[in-house]
Design a protein around this ligand. Structure first.
Ligand code: FES
Ligand code: FES
Length: 206
C-alpha cells in the first residue's frame, strides 16, 4: 500500500519517514510543530514545590517539623517519616481501624487522614502510652485478659479504648462494644477484647 502523502513533499512527513526517523524525526517534529516548544522553560529549581508542605505537629509530646508531600497520609508520616511502626496498616481504606490513632483527643483512621490535616495538632500513638517503661493500664489489661490473638489489630483497639475511657470512665459493656465497633479483628477475638476494655476501665478507676 502506498504511503499517505497529502501535502507537498517539503511540508509533510510521510508515515514511513516518520517511523524510520525515530527520535530524530520526533525531535524535529516537536521543535517545528509544537508552538512555543523551543522556548519552553524548565521549572525554576529555586521556586517552592507546590506539591510539598512543611508540617508542624506534636506526636507523643515531641514536636516535629518536616517537609512532606501534600499527599502523605498521617499513617505514612508516622510509620515512614517518624519510624513509629506500632500503628498498623490493614485495609488502607477506612474499613478496619488497625491504623487508629488519637488526634487532638479524638480517634482518627490515620490511613485516610492527611498529615497536613494534623498540622498544629497533637497526635497520640501506641508508643506514647507507655511512660517510663511502665505499660499503660489499658495495655496491661489487654495482656492480662489476652485481648488479642495475632495482635495486628491490637494497637488500634487500644487507642480506641483510650479515647473511649477518657470520655466514659465507667462504661457498660454495651457502650464499650459500640465504642469499638470501628475496630475489626480478623482473629475474631472480640470477647476477649471486650473483657480487656472492661478490665482497663476498672484498672484506670483504681
Ligand atoms: S488501615 Fe486504616 S481503616 Fe484499615
Ligand atoms: S488479634 Fe488478630 S486481627 Fe485482631
Amino acid at each position: 500500500m502506498a504511503d499517505d502523502h497529502r501535502d507537498t513533499p517539503d511540508q509533510s512527513v510521510s508515515r514511513r519517514a516518520f517511523l524510520k526517523g525515530g527520535a530524530v524525526a520526533t525531535g524535529a517534529l516537536s521543535a517545528s510543530l509544537i508552538p512555543g516548544a523551543a522556548d519552553a522553560q524548565l521549572p525554576d529549581a529555586t521556586e517552592p514545590d507546590p506539591h510539598r508542605t512543611t508540617v508542624e505537629l506534636k506526636v507523643n509530646g515531641v514536636a516535629y517539623r518536616k517537609e512532606i508531600s501534600n499527599r502523605t497520609t498521617l499513617l505514612q508520616f508516622l510509620r515512614e517519616d517518624l519510624k513509629l511502626t506500632g500503628t498498623k496498616m490493614g485495609c488502607d481504606r477506612l474499613q478496619c481501624g488497625a491504623c487508629t490513632v488519637i488526634l487532638n483527643g479524638r480517634t482518627v483512621y490515620s490511613c485516610t487522614t492527611l498529615a497536613l490535616e494534623a498540622t498544629g495538632g497533637e497526635v497520640l500513638t501506641i508508643e506514647g502510652l507507655t511512660k517510663d517503661d511502665r505499660l499503660h493500664p489499658i495495655q496491661q489489661a489487654f495482656i492480662e485478659q489476652s485481648g488479642y490473638q495475632c495482635g495486628f489489630c491490637t494497637s488500634g483497639q487500644i487507642m480506641s479504648t483510650k479515647a473511649f475511657l477518657d470520655r466514659v470512665p465507667n462504661p457498660t459493656e454495651e457502650q464499650a462494644r459500640l465504642a469499638l465497633s470501628g475496630n475489626l479483628c480478623r482473629c475474631a477475638a472480640y470477647k476477649k477484647i471486650l473483657e480487656s476494655v472492661m478490665a482497663a476501665s476498672r484498672l484506670m478507676r483504681a
